[in-house]
Design a binder for this molecule. Structure first.
Ligand SMILES: C[S@@+](CC[C@H](N)C(=O)[O-])C[C@H]1O[C@@H](n2cnc3c(N)ncnc32)[C@H](O)[C@@H]1O
Length: 395
């Protein structure tokens, strides 16, 4: 496809393992030249699509716009390269900014130092030109600038998202070990959930997975509950274009046929999940109940179960082995007709489930390497197993 000047390259960052899903989401919103990278996908877009990417992508963490590239083998070359860009075209001395640096390989080893030199070059340029300099604000800057150095190749990028896109705006409280919203959305997309079957999270904690499932099932844009994005403070911000992007996406919101149930044995988790569900105005679409997984009766007719049980590294659980054995028993007994998906970094404990996975994927939950497995619980399988056991006993 031929691109006019109004088209530019963007890089959407994501969680390791979700790159193909992000590429798929980008195809759906009309991006072109889509190229999956490591924990990121690059694509071509115009301004409208950049706004859409921020608002509609469930599996993106940030959307960055490359603005300047050069090669630097030492810190002076880094300073000179940054100084060549005309920073006053992007912001003014009255605005604030922040720098985020990522370095891998080459002459630079300390990202903090790279951020500092980049800041010096920008500040000095303003001071030389205007006799005044913009201030740094790491928490709520007007402009976020990313500097990426890979093997001495320096890229300067503007962060069009501002705060990370996993901060959807509905989760005001969390319980122990909440899952990242972007990872939760990716795990749900991997199950093939489209809102037309039952969806259960029997260890729902703060309710992230049920809420993300409702958002995907009802086609609620990922940024629906959020008010601000980095691009809103850019000089070229077009509020009418943003309003049009938002209203077009919001028109796609639909009702769901499937039933979403979240449950947890902790009263505190249930209270928090209910509060978050209310924040998302989804209290008519998601039911949250207090139950032990072993006592849960899921909606009839089968569906999808997705659980994020405690892993040893993050939660102090008495006996993880026993817990995973109970999960396995529960699946066989109560979840007939369900496709059960479980994410865990405890590979030993996962074996205690005692079922053969039909799908096995590797994903990362923060720094933790996890397996994401699917177990298909067929109707009658538990009965069949009991009969076989009884027959064995009689032999
Ligand atoms: C890792 S946390 C889930 C976090 C959740 N995905 C979130 O985003 O907040 C695991 C949850 O499993 C719950 N849990 C542990 N054993 C359980 C059991 N036997 N039945 C029900 N819930 C259980 C814990 O109370 C905890 O909330």
């Amino acid at each position: 496809m031929q691109h006019t000047d109004s088209h530019f390259t963007l890089i959407a960052k994501t969680v390791s393992g979700l790159e193909p899903l992000l590429a798929n989401e980008l195809t759906k919103i009309g991006a072109t030249d889509i190229l999956p990278l490591t924990r990121a996908v690059s694509f071509k877009a115009d301004k409208r699509l950049m706004y859409r990417a921020n608002y509609e992508l469930h599996t993106a963490l940030r959307v960055l716009k490359p603005i300047h590239q050069f090669v630097a083998h030492n810190e002076n070359a880094l300073y000179d390269g940054v100084s060549k860009f005309q920073w006053h075209e992007l912001f003014t001395v009255d605005q604030t900014f922040a720098i985020d640096a990522v370095v891998s390989g080459g002459a630079f080893t300390h990202s903090h130092y790279v951020a500092l030199r980049t800041k010096d070059a920008i500040v000095d340029q303003f001071r030389d030109r205007f006799g005044a300099r913009p201030s740094i604000d790491v928490n709520n800057p007007d402009l976020r600038i990313s500097v990426h150095i890979a093997e001495n190749q320096v890229s300067l990028l503007l962060d069009s998202s501002g705060e990370s896109l996993h901060k959807r705006g509905y989760r005001t409280m969390v319980d122990k070990a909440p899952i990242n919203e972007v990872l939760a959305a990716g795990l749900i997309l991997m199950t093939g959930w489209q809102g037309d079957r039952n969806f259960v999270d029997a260890m729902c904690g703060s309710g992230t997975i049920p809420i993300e499932a409702a958002m995907l099932g009802m086609q609620i844009p990922a940024g629906y509950y959020r008010n601000s994005y980095g691009f809103m403070r850019w000089k070229d911000y077009e509020p009418e274009l943003w309003e049009s992007v938002k209203s077009t996406a919001d028109e796609q919101i639909r009702e769901m046929e499937g039933h979403i149930l979240g449950s947890d044995h902790s009263a505190k988790a249930v209270e928090i999940a209910r509060a978050n569900v209310r924040n998302a105005h989804l209290n008519h679409d998601i039911q949250i109940i207090k139950k032990d997984m072993e006592a849960l009766v899921p909606p009839e007719g089968g569906g999808i179960l997705l659980i994020n049980p405690p892993y040893g590294e993050r939660l102090e659980e008495e006996d993880l082995t026993a817990l995973y054995k109970t999960i396995g028993d529960s699946l066989k007994k109560q979840f007939k007709g369900y496709n059960a998906w479980i994410i865990s970094s405890d590979f030993q404990a996962m074996k205690m489930i005692g079922l053969k996975p039909s799908v096995k994927k590797t994903v990362f939950n923060g720094p933790l390497e996890c397996r994401y497995m699917r177990f298909d619980i067929f109707e009658g399988s538990y009965k069949q197993m009991k009969t076989e056991k009884a027959e064995k006993r009689r032999e």
